[in-house]
Design a protein around this ligand. Sequence first.
Ligand code: ACO
Length: 337
Amino acid sequence: MEYAARITGTGSAFPKKCIANQELAERLSKIGIETNDLWIQTRTGIRERRFAKTDEPSEYNSSLGLKAAQKALEMAGKSPLDIDQIICATCSPDTLIPSTACWIQYKMGAKNAWAVDINAACSGFLYGLSMAEQYLQSGKVNVSLVIGSEVLSPFLNFRDRSSCILFGDGAGAAVVERVSRDSERRILYTHLLSDGNLWKLFYIPAGGSKLEVTPGRYFQNLHKMKMNGKEIFKVAVRTLTEFARKALRENGLLVSDLDWFVPHQANLRIIEAVAQRLGFPMEKTLINLDRYGNTSAATVPTALDEGIRTGKIKPGDTILLDTFGAGLTYGSILLRW
Ligand code: ACO
């Protein structure tokens, strides 16, 4: 018997606190950093984002991941005990040890599962989905839970106005089940690639084993994100377009065969430039960054979940997921919902 993998349920969760651009601008102006709602909206498409209360246990990364996972399980009609594998994509874990996936497993009582974190930054959910597909195809796993969950706000450098306005916190999840290879509704194609040579475009210098956070480094904000936005913008437009074209070409599909395009949500101008190059209508491109900003590994699963729950995505629809992230990492996945 040949197997394939199919997403059977999705879910999302966000922190309660919504910070509109105006409120963020007011906060930044108190530390002498100038920005405004008009600049943020016109240059990024972001209107507001959610920031977790990091002293509130219900808003830890694992708690958001848990909520998203519970909703995905409910949609799939599965219980925590049905899960064989939990892959949590995150670059902002609750703790370095244990993994956020283990925290989630413990909190949900998924005691038959093995759990692991992966870090491919914003591409993490697609990397996780592709890895889960391999286990499901091999027959080693029946039910996989793939989560993209981030609490990025503690890693933002609020003295860098070009990056701190972009990000938000949130989590998305998918239950992925083993199905027969003949199944119409399944993951059709995955493609991943990384280019570590471009690490400098987006990184956090301190906090790993290479550079401990000492008081001096703390005051230099070395434990916060460093980003070359202009360069990432160019690479993102090029690679998202190339990965989409390759996915279509290798599956004998035309742009008009796609029902929905779900790109990583980093900047609306990046998404518009890619859609224009592909000749794909923006009405069929799922966007949630206006309300949540860039939630890294959570952007694709939350946008997908929103499309499903609002009834935009219908059974049998063909969907292209397309991403890039720090690393740099890239990926595309074609699936039939
Ligand atoms: N408010 C007001 N002005 C600002 C702000 C701000 N928040 N940020 C930058 N500016 C200013 C700059 O200082 C500059 O002023 P100057 O001309 O006087 O020097 C001017 O605006 C233009 O700056 P640019 O950097 O050219 O602005 P750009 O249009 O390129 O937008 C941005 C910057 C939003 C960062 C964009 O380049 C971008 O989105 N890049 C991609 C970032 C990204 O995707 N990051 C995540 C990737 S990996 C991952 O997702 C984990």
